[in-house]
Structures are given as structure tokens and as C-alpha cells.
Ligand binder design. Structure first.
Ligand code: MLT
Ligand code: ZN
Length: 465
């Protein structure tokens, strides 16, 4: 009854708001990794803030659960609907304003992709500080909600650091926040910073005002190989001291072999572990990069100065996700470690953990400059959480985090206690209650269920109840 009334309200808000077309809804019910599949009772596609606020208001009124979704690129089932949920997407809210060339900022609606925002900035030699391999699908709203990181965190910080202003629709307050591009605004805790990383549990992003950073004229990419992870760890310590470094990524031989087969070519350098470093500056870089790479002491290295050459070297890193997806459904553990303990963690994964799990294919890569390792495991059952827990517990025990940039989602919510005390979880719940007292948004995402248990336990592998 309540659902029928809610759906009727949606029809009244706008006749084109709602669809029940299974061909449109079905692809939105499986997460990007294909590990999780859920169901939705319907799909709502608001075109603006007024429609979104009216939808959220009607859901509060009728007690209908909503699942928010941007580009559906979550790797932790953070946007995958549970069976008794109505899906709300930002797909029709994708306006991008002209950049503000004085403030060096740009305002974009939640459904605009990172690539669309960059297309608006590019003619002005500007870009977003956050960039990621899923740039063509990942939306601004989802990137804010997950506090997305990506390849330039080492230089510009994550999404939280780009946020100057925000408009948000919350169940308790309706539409709140402002989009003025204020670089300084100490009028209490910053709403945009609170929304960043909340994974859509406090409200749905309408639009964000973001910093824009200059595109620097000089750019060099170096792909280096090393005989061991300890040699790489030492190189990372040295390269991070360069003021020109804008990305510092690593890959290992197992992933590079897979990418090599996927792309049908061989890498320009070979070794056990690889580093990809990008350097950017407004000043000539050649001598500087040559000195930095020399100091890093790789076994072999390839440098690229032109756009095409740089893209070719980047492909070796960015094709990892798609190459791994062709090998099977991956369990993706996105951990961060204190940089001083990276080596110890990687040695544990490749040593004792691999020995205990001989049937797993293990692929390690990530944003080493940020201490962020993506542990990808292929070969485990979709609903096997023990392997996930083993890796995440190890990272937590070493002072690391169980989510560097992908978020907690539904998948890791029961493991939040590994990195947050019960008092901290209670504080998070209090915040959730302030914005969404009836718990209608993204239930089961980020915060563990109050009744215990796991969102995917007791159901068929890979299916959300
Ligand atoms: C990446 O760094 O490529 C993304 O986080 C995606 C992934 O982890 O697969
Ligand atoms: Zn990543």
C-alpha cells in the first residue's frame, strides 16, 4: 500500500519520473564487479533538485526505502539495490556550468561524469584534481559520496579536498547547503566534508562546486621495473620527495602478465614489480625526471614525453581492472597502510596468505604513493567473506584502513568494527539519525545492520536479499 502510494506520488511529481521497465532496471541491479546482484521495485530518475526533494519527501512520508545510484561503478555494492528498495539515479541531473575562471572552480550536477566536467574545463587549460580510471562513468555525486581518490591523490588530495560547496537533499532537512565557491568558510563543520565519504547515507548530492587545477604544460610518465617489492618501497620513498610527482602507482608481474594477454602486447620493461610515476610541472622536467628515476634505481625504465606515449604507459596500469574482470569475479580489497609498513603487508599477502589460499589468483596493484594497495583475489566464491576478512583484518591490525578509496558499501559494513570503535560507530549512527532518522537511504551501506548479520549472508552467492 505504502509503496503504491509512493509510486503514485512520483507520477504526480512528474509523469516521466518513474519507470518499471526491467530492461532499464536490470543492469543497474548488479554491481560493477558482478559479485552482487539485487532487485529494485522501480526506478526514479529526477531531473532537478525540486523533483529529487519531492521524491525523498514522499519516501519519508510512506516509509519507502531508497537506494541512491550514480554511475554504478561501486566496487563494494554501495549502489546495488536490495529487493525492497526503489532505485533513485542521478542520470538526468548532469548539467555542468561554465567554469569560474577567477575562482578556478566549476559547479556540476551529481549525474555529470568526471569526463564531462573535464571536457568543460579543458578549453581553459584546467582539470579536476581527482582523476580515476572509471572517469567516463563515475559521476560527481558518487565521487563525493565515496570521497573518491584515484591517481592524483598524491598531489591534489581526494574528492573531499576538491569540494568548495554542495547542495544535498536529506530526508530530515530537505534541500540544504550552498554552491558558492568559497575557499574558506569556517561557519561550523563543512557540510560538503560531512557528505564526502557518507556513501549516500545522509542525503543525495544535487550538485557540487569543485576546485579546478591548472593543466601543467610539462608532463613525463616513467614506467620502471624492479626485482622485488623492497626495492620498490625504497624507490617510492625517494620519488615522493619530488615536488613534480602527480601519480605514483605500482603493479606486479602477475597483473602485468594478465594485462599483456588482455591487450595483446608486451610491456616495454620487465621485472617482478613495476612503478608508474607521472611528473607534471609548468617548467622543463627532463633533467629533474632523469635524476629522480636514476635515484630510484630501477632495473629498467621507459619514459614518455608526448601525449600518446604517456597514454600507452598509463594503459599498463589502468587496464588492470578490466583485465582482472576478464579472469573472473574479483574480490576487491582496497586497503591503505602506513607507507612505512607497505612492504611488510605485501610480503604477508604474497607469502603466508598466498600459501594458505593456493587456489586463489592474487593480483596486487594500486596507488603506492598514497599507501593504497588494491588486493584483487580471483577464484573465491562470491559469498565467501572469510578471505576478504583475512586480508582486511591484517591491514587493520597493521594500523591501516579497510577502505582507502572504494568505500565500505554493503560488502564491508559488517567489518567496520575492524577500524572503528563502538563509540565511533555510535557517533556515526547519531549523525545518520540527524539526517535520516527513519533510515530510508541506502540501508545496509556503510553502517553495520543494527540486528547484526551480513547483508549477503543466507542468500544465494552473489545475491543481495
Ligand atoms: C583503480 O585504481 O584502478 C580503481 O580503484 C579500480 C580498482 O581497484 O579495480
Ligand atoms: Zn584505485
Amino acid at each position: 500500500m505504502a509503496l503504491a502510494r509512493f509510486l503514485r506520488s512520483c507520477e504526480e511529481i512528474s509523469p516521466r519520473l518513474l519507470t518499471a521497465d526491467p530492461d532499464i532496471i536490470a543492469p543497474l541491479c548488479t554491481d560493477w564487479t558482478r559479485r552482487m546482484t539485487g532487485k529494485a521495485l522501480g526506478l526514479v530518475r529526477p531531473s532537478n533538485e525540486e523533483e529529487l526533494a519531492a521524491v525523498v519527501g514522499a519516501a519519508v512520508e510512506e516509509g519507502v526505502q531508497l537506494q541512491l545510484q550514480g554511475g554504478n561503478t561501486s566496487l563494494v555494492a554501495g549502489a546495488t539495490p536490495l529487493g525492497d528498495t526503489v532505485l533513485v539515479t542521478s542520470a538526468r541531473m548532469r548539467a555542468v556550468q561554465e567554469p569560474d575562471l577567477v575562482s578556478l572552480s566549476i559547479t556540476a550536477e551529481a549525474g555529470a561524469t568526471a569526463a564531462e566536467v573535464n571536457a568543460a574545463l579543458a578549453p581553459h587549460r584546467l582539470k579536476l584534481g581527482v582523476d580515476l580510471a572509471s572517469r567516463d562513468s563515475a559521476t560527481i555525486g558518487g565521487m563525493v559520496a565515496t570521497n573518491a581518490g584515484g591517481i592524483h591523490v598524491v598531489r591534489y588530495g581526494s574528492m573531499r579536498a576538491q569540494l568548495l560547496g554542495i547542495r544535498l537533499v536529506t530526508p530530515a532537512q530537505g534541500a540544504i547547503g550552498r554552491l558558492s565557491p568559497l575557499y574558506k568558510d569556517n561557519t561550523g563543520p563543512h557540510l560538503a566534508a560531512i557528505a564526502a565519504g557518507s556513501e549516500g547515507t545522509f542525503g543525495m548530492v544535487v550538485a557540487a562546486a569543485l576546485r579546478a587545477v591548472p593543466v601543467l604544460s610539462e608532463s613525463v610518465v616513467a614506467l620502471m621495473s624492479f626485482p622485488s617489492f623492497s626495492a620498490v618501497a625504497e624507490a617510492v620513498r625517494r620519488i615522493r620527495l619530488s615536488p613534480a610527482v602527480s601519480a605514483l602507482e605500482f603493479m606486479t608481474a602477475s597483473g602485468m602478465d594478465l594485462v599483456s594477454r588482455h591487450l595483446g602486447r608486451t610491456p616495454p620493461v620487465a621485472g617482478a614489480v613495476y612503478l608508474l610515476a607521472e611528473f607534471e610541472s609548468a617548467f622543463p622536467l627532463l633533467d629533474h625526471v632523469a635524476a629522480v628515476v636514476d635515484d630510484a634505481s630501477p632495473s629498467t625504465s621507459a619514459l614518455a614525453f608526448d601525449r600518446r606515449g604517456r597514454a600507452e604507459l598509463w594503459r599498463w596500469r589502468e587496464a588492470h581492472t578490466e583485465a582482472i574482470a576478464t579472469a573472473g569475479i574479483a574480490h576487491k580489497m582496497d586497503v591503505s597502510l602506513p607507507i612505512s609498513r607497505l612492504e611488510e603487508f605485501v610480503e604477508w599477502v604474497e607469502g603466508p596468505f598466498a600459501a594458505d589460499n593456493p587456489d586463489l589468483h592474487i593480483y596486487l596493484f594500486g596507488h603506492l604513493g598514497d599507501g593504497n594497495v588494491h588486493v584483487n583475489l580471483v577464484g573465491a566464491e562470491s559469498d565467501d567473506l572469510a578471505t576478504d576478512e583475512a586480508v582486511l583484518s591484517k591491514a587493520a591490525a597493521m594500523g591501516g584502513s579497510i577502505s582507502a578509496e572504494h568505500g565500505i558499501g554493503r560488502l564491508k559494513a559488517p567489518l567496520l568494527h575492524l577500524v572503528r570503535t563502538s563509540s565511533e560507530i555510535a557517533a556515526l549512527r547519531a549523525l545518520k539519525d540527524a539526517f535520516d532518522p527513519d533510515g530510508i537511504l541506502n540501508s545496509g551501506v556503510l553502517l553495520p545492520s543494527r540486528t547484526g548479520g551480513h547483508a549477503i549472508s543466507g542468500v544465494a552467492p552473489g545475491r543481495l536479499a
